[in-house]
Design a protein around this ligand. Sequence first.
Ligand code: PDD
Length: 312
Amino acid sequence: MDYPKKIWVNGRLADPRRPAVSAYDHGFLYGDGVYETLRVYNGRLFRFDRHFQRLKHSARSVRIPIPYPGKTIEQGLYRLLEVNRLQDTSLRITLTRGPGPLGFDPRPCRSPSLVLTPGPALRPLDSLFCRGIRLAIVRVRRNARTSLDPAIKSTNNLNNILAKMDAIRSNAFEALMLNVEGYLTEGTVSNVFFVSKGTLRTPDLACGLLAGVTRDIAIHLAKRRGWKVAEGWFKPKDLLTAQEIFLTSTILEIMPVTSIVDEKKRVHRVGAGRAGAWASLLEKDFQDLVSRETGAVISKKKEGRLTNGFMG
Ligand code: PDD
């Protein structure tokens, strides 16, 4: 693995090869923490405020106080970009319960840990966008909202990891999980959209999924184009008969799905088997928005570079 020069641990720059948190940190021991993944274009954080808002929501839901104001965290992220000389990348904010005695009781953990880390350098994903990816509807069900609400961006990711392992077995890039009632929810690190009968559709937040920052942007851009958008309760057959499918996430932006594996492991082609018209228009609008907000110049010809481990 390639380490960055520096990471940011509780207010200080640190060597990423050294342990950042205690072996007694409940984040390490129990997955007791929350996180955010943000994107940097042209050296500028994209939608920091929106990600920080979601971090606050996650932290409040599991009652971990955030030890620094948003401004300090934003400055820490910019400091990381500077010392690591990064322009186009992703950054992660991880907040954990902090060190304490063994056992689930969170009360003795009095100093939460906050760690900022760069992800790998990212370049535009044009070639992957054109080819599209394979999505597998997996058997692993998304955590119920009444168990571990997927609206909390928790570092406790075993549910997603088991689903991802299922997808890998089907030779797919991403897994699509159903909720316990059998309705579509989301991917392991992405939200899903599909087009049918002239309407852009996506699972309702009430189905149990993360309120993706990119999902919100896609809905907003689609409505601005005058498209009909429906958030609802959908079944696998709705997806299998869709004219187009795409995923959204901070890392994938708008990513077409060109083949889909059903629950019986049969492979189906989606639409014409390449990026569809709706996804292409939205991706263009998305790139325009990124350029407006960050000044990034988007090249149309660059090769995509993304492995199957596309974050989390
Ligand atoms: N993943 N659903 C899940 C379970 C996610 O983990 C993510 C984000 C999304 C998309 O949300 P957004 O558009 O805000 O990135 C949906 C990030 C990229 C990650 O885990 O690294």
